[in-house]
Ligand binder design. Structure first.
Ligand code: GN1
Ligand code: MG
Length: 346
């Protein structure tokens, strides 16, 4: 418990009783450090906020306050756990130079991979109904918490800089992976064309499957979590990250590269579910852009993993030295598999 001294400090700052909480590390996120705190009456998520990644935490607090105040979210049939305000009414606390926050814990199942197309349908419907409900908010009130987060032109540029600056020598398989990512540059052109046509909306921007909580029998979405990047974005980002993380047979950390593939039934269930939740809100162009989203999001994540590997692993948490390299390789295989299916015909 020695390194959990912050829990007692938080106890004094929140209108919650954490004095008897049993606290243990929790979850599979790549960014913040997360603990589950179980008390006799309730359970909470405590997070030490990663302010290297989110360099301006006040922007997230600003966006979260807009979401907390928006009553239309009460009509969603799933939870949407935003940080609990502390005794000063703030959603982040500064303790010994680090930011912390506490969120309600929603019990249920957090999947790394879905088991059947029905769950893909439910996942996509939940994320798209969040977009539809958020569309009654003024997108211009929201801050971009990480500038150019899903800006593919900028991410490609960062990749080019990393290639120039890296201390690694580019030969063998690494070189082949780099050449593959360069050969896909047309996706950057497609990105630029789509963004000229589409409105920005409040999107989730991190719609990977483990940012959903399912009921124990997997027949209902209980909650959408990880709301840090809810900010202006394009709908194809949210559909695309679902394709990346749901319409596949293995997750982004899998090393079984040759088996990795997109599963058509899951893809189609995602598409149906996404439209079911948002058809009344989306424009024709937005609907037409969805099939681009899958390729775009696999590509951007692969580029980001590869860039981080070339930069010496300064962004993503890793469990072993070459994990970002393996993730970039994994996403390369997944992108090839999706492209073979030809959904993104332009
Ligand atoms: C990060 O926090 P987490 O693990 O849900 C990342 C996403 C990536 C994802 C890849 C702020 O999400 O953009 O899609 O890893 N979040 C940030 O697994 O960079
Ligand atoms: Mg997460």
């Amino acid at each position: 418990m020695k390194d959990l001294h912050f829990v007692q400090k938080l106890n004094d700052l929140y209108p919650l009783d954490l004095s008897t909480a049993k606290v243990s590390l929790f979850g599979a996120g790549h960014i913040h450090q997360t603990w589950l705190a179980i008390t006799d009456s309730s359970s909470y998520i405590i997070q030490k906020f990663n302010s290297k990644v989110f360099q301006n935490p006040g922007l997230i607090a600003h966006n979260h306050q807009l979401l907390i105040d928006h009553l239309a979210f009460d009509e969603l049939d799933f939870d949407f756990p935003l940080p609990i305000p502390n005794l000063k009414g703030r959603t982040l606390c500064l303790l010994d130079g680090e930011y912390y926050r506490i969120l309600p814990f929603v019990p249920g199942i957090c999947l790394q991979e879905i088991q059947a197309p029905e769950q893909a349908y439910l996942a996509a419907k939940a994320f798209s109904s969040l977009i539809a409900t958020a569309s009654s908010l003024d997108v211009n009130l929201f801050q971009e918490v990480i500038p150019d987060f899903h800006n593919l032109s900028m991410r490609y540029h960062q990749f080019e800089i990393a290639l120039k600056k890296t201390s690694l020598s580019l030969h063998g398989e690494l070189e082949k992976i780099v050449v593959f990512y360069q050969s896909q540059h047309d996706l950057v052109n497609q990105y630029q064309s789509w963004t000229k046509l589409l409105p920005k909306r409040i999107t989730h921007n991190d719609t990977k499957i483990n940012n959903l909580i399912f009921s124990a029998d997997l027949t209902k979405v209980e909650a959408i979590i990880d709301l840090d990047t809810m900010m202006p974005g394009y709908v194809f980002n949210d559909f695309g990250d679902l394709v990346r993380t749901v319409a596949c047979n293995l997750d982004e950390n899998s090393l079984d590269f040759d088996s990795l593939k997109v599963i058509v039934d899951k893809y189609q269930a995602l598409y149906e579910g996404f439209l079911e939740g948002s058809i009344d809100t989306l424009t024709k162009d937005e609907i037409a852009s969805l099939h681009f989203g899958g390729e775009m999001m696999i590509y951007i994540m692969g580029l980001r993993f590869l860039t981080d590997y070339l930069n010496g692993n300064i962004y993503y948490q890793i469990k072993y030295e070459n994990q970002n390299y393996d993730r970039a390789k994994n996403q390369m295989y997944l992108l090839k598999s999706l492209q073979q299916l030809g959904f993104n015909k332009q």
